[in-house]
Design a protein around this ligand. Sequence first.
Ligand code: ADP
Ligand code: MG
Length: 355
Amino acid sequence: MNRGDADDPEGPGKRRGRGGVPLLRDLGEFGMIDLLRRRYGGAPLHGEISIGDDAAVVRVPRGRAVLSTDMLIEGTHFSLDYFLPEEVGWRALSANLSDLAAMGASPVCYLAALAAPGDTPAATVDGIFRGMARAAARSGMRLMGGDTCRGERLALCLTVVGALARGRPLTRAGGRPGDILYVTGAPGWSHLGLRLLRGGRPPKATGWRREAMRRHLRPEARWREGIAAGVSGAVSAMIDLSDGVLQDLGHLLERDSLGATLREDAFPVTRAFRKAAGALGIDPIDAFLAGGEDYELLMGVRPARRGGFLRAARAFPAKATPIGELTAEPGIRVLRADGSLLEGESLPRGFEHFP
Ligand code: ADP
Ligand code: MG
């Protein structure tokens, strides 16, 4: 979907910053836009207009458009001391795609607004856009426009466009007591990856280290699962996990004044996960319940429609696991494998993330 080309970000005859590395100011705003367009610009379909005009024109299926935007500021949301530019782009795009997924929408396109100091290496910007393009590629989402300007710090504002061709959006509201809570994949890995990276990035990782790093650096947004959940007609409410199972479950309960009971023995916590948590000195259940940035989906399923849901879930690339149920009684309770109960103050609180 994205056009690549073999030429160098440097380009022939450009002025160079220190050490021969071309800087944003060497390329200029239009030089940078042109490079991004050639390398990562979405190819327009018949009747569409991609990067290069005053605004993009995109075909959308009949139905409703679903829009979301997210801003990422260097130093506040990410740091190039810890992340490669490509990873910043990948994570930013995945987080946005995950918001579309959580509504049950099909991904359509994205816009990327960028502010950066003039002495930013052009290769850094190129890396960020390469990461976004790679994370977007499988979903078919195309870069159709954006904005580029000089700023005091690196800032990236992404806008994603999705479509709901049929059916209704899956919102955070709509759950009822008795609905079964399903979660995709295995939340907590991303936090384990973060903790591993904080101790210094391993040059070559294998086994659980590799898995934990991958899950933190290249999370996969569950857009296929989100669409299938919507189409199944069995899902009452849905949210994506950006802040951790407990925190985001809290948002799912809020609108309907519900509560939830979770069972530890149902959690998708594998031996590899326990091993990783143990090596990092973290309680695996705390990591599962309170770790953030997994971008898995958490959904309520009507018990009467469970069969239809399970049929739809067979097509999920990430497995869905039932971890508990919604209750009329407010608050979250976690039934531990040893029979004890965590609730209120005894529940793990969120972990602190990078500044
Ligand atoms: P305007 O003056 O109308 O803001 P620009 O010169 O900023 O136009 O942008 C020209 C074209 O390049 C537009 O189609 C815009 O969407 C696109 N564009 C600018 N910056 C980016 C970017 N960072 N990523 C993708 N497209 C961009
Ligand atoms: Mg502009």
